[in-house]
Write a protein that binds this ligand. Structure first.
Ligand code: HEM
Length: 407
């Protein structure tokens, strides 16, 4: 079924494994207390199935940058056979395939290209807030933080007439599958979501193929089609578009939700933000990425025996890098557990990973989340909770799934 490096965390379901506590109710509510417990066991803690897990910022960063580690085992090359797993494109490939495929996508997400999206992001944010203001109470996720990134990424990829609520459902299905498949029903939903997205992209590619190359827009799909047969195989296009689409909204939705939740829990800082939205929104987003990041962990596999933090990680063994723990590492950040939008951080957070897989969409995520928070503070300074927040069930992707608020 769905087996890739992220599923190394399945090992956490084994009783007695250092990661098993993440999957229990208290760990799902507050993984940071579990990470602190792990920290007491060292920088590189063995797991029961013969891998390692690290809560250390320094070790996470070192492993993520070390070219002796890959996202899959050295002998595991090429496109996964159909039906064996969801192909996550270059997120799940080692060089040279990773380099070749990432180069095709990256130009469309450069800071310069993304800055050009500002007016569209502002317009979408304003439209959503206008609609949300019709009622006293609304769900921050379904009314605001979910539809925003869906509108932006479907537009960027050229997907026509995207059904936002349907995409949000599929996104949640993919996101939860990263954490492990829980039941046959869950597997069936994953297959259905896969098929539907496949249909969307197959139609998109077919429509664009019919356009003369010179008249098609110079966007991701245009670049993929121009490179087809030379730098990209037809079978690689669909997984790449699916990766960009799902990564494009399943993460940003949580960043906005986590930021608003943290700020409402710290009313003095919400008041500071409302007094200076243009000056503080970006800082509040960066602090959220450090303190409560949407992607809590990733993993790397040793391509050869490699010494890390005084231990030898053997070829084929994984190191689970706890990005959420790295952001609260007391060896790096003063008063690491305190949320403080005025903080001048001692080091970059690892919320977007590090090294060659550093998030392609970071400029876009930052732009969307910053504009969302700025406008929210400008238009709804009286924002407060209107009911209990419900979290996603995943331990890998962290964020609210229902977040009732009132203005
Ligand atoms: C990779 C986080 C938004 C596209 C990653 C990785 C992380 C991450 C941690 C690397 C995983 C690893 O090292 O194994 C986030 C967060 C986001 C976000 C926290 C929002 C707050 C986006 C957006 C896009 C995107 C908006 C838009 C397309 C990608 C892609 C990769 C990636 C394509 C694969 C990069 C590679 O393997 O070279 N992201 N992401 N992400 N992200 Fe994001």
């Amino acid at each position: 079924l769905y087996a890739n490096r992220l599923s190394v965390a399945y090992h956490g379901y084994l009783r007695g494994d250092p990661m098993s506590r993440l999957h229990l109710a208290p760990g799902r509510r507050d993984p940071y207390a579990i990470y602190d417990g792990l920290r007491a066991e060292g920088d590189l803690v063995p797991t029961r199935l013969g891998n390692y897990v690290t809560p250390s910022h320094r070790v996470c960063d070192t492993v993520l940058r070390d070219r002796r580690f890959g996202v899959r085992a050295a002998e595991n090359v090429g496109t996964p056979p159909p039906g064996t797993q969801v192909d996550m494109s270059f997120l799940d490939r080692n060089p040279p395939d990773h380099t070749r495929l990432r180069r095709l996508a990256q130009p469309s997400f450069s800071p310069r290209q993304i800055a050009g999206f500002l007016p569209q992001v502002e317009q979408t944010v304003d439209k959503l807030l206008e609609e949300a203001s019709a009622a006293e109470t609304f769900d921050l996720v379904s009314a605001f933080s979910a539809p925003l990134p869906i509108a932006v990424i479907t537009d960027l990829l050229g997907v026509p007439d995207a059904d936002a609520s349907r995409f949000a459902e599929h996104g949640a299905t993919f996101g939860s599958a990263l954490d492990g498949i829980r039941s046959l029903r869950h597997a069936a939903r994953l297959i259905e979501a896969s098929r539907e997205l496949e249909g969307v992209f197959t139609r998109l590619i077919a429509t664009r193929r019919d356009l003369p190359a010179a008249t098609g827009p110079d966007d991701v799909v245009g670049r993929l089609l121009a490179a087809e047969g030379d730098r990209v195989e037809a079978a690689e296009m669909l997984p790449m578009l699916r990766l960009l689409l799902v990564a494009g909204f399943e993460t940003t939705v949580n960043l906005i939700g986590n930021a608003v939740s943290a700020l409402l829990d710290h009313p003095d800082q919400w008041a500071d933000l409302c007094a200076d939205p243009a000056g503080l929104a970006e800082r509040a987003i960066e602090e959220t990425l450090r303190w409560d990041p949407p992607v809590q962990r990733t993993a790397r596999c040793a391509l050869e025996d490699t010494e890390v933090a005084g231990k030898v990680v053997r070829r084929g063994q994984f190191v689970v890098t706890l990005l959420g723990a790295a952001g609260r590492d007391p060896d790096v950040y003063a008063d690491a557990g305190r949320f403080d939008i005025h903080r001048v951080p001692e080091a970059d957070h690892l919320a977007f990973s590090s090294g060659i897989h550093y998030c392609v969409g970071a400029p876009l995520a930052r732009l969307e989340a910053t504009v969302a928070l700025r406008r929210l503070a400008e238009r709804m300074p009286g924002l407060h909770r209107a009911g209990p927040l419900r979290r996603r069930s995943s331990t890998l992707i962290r964020g609210p799934i229902h977040f009732p608020v009132a203005r």
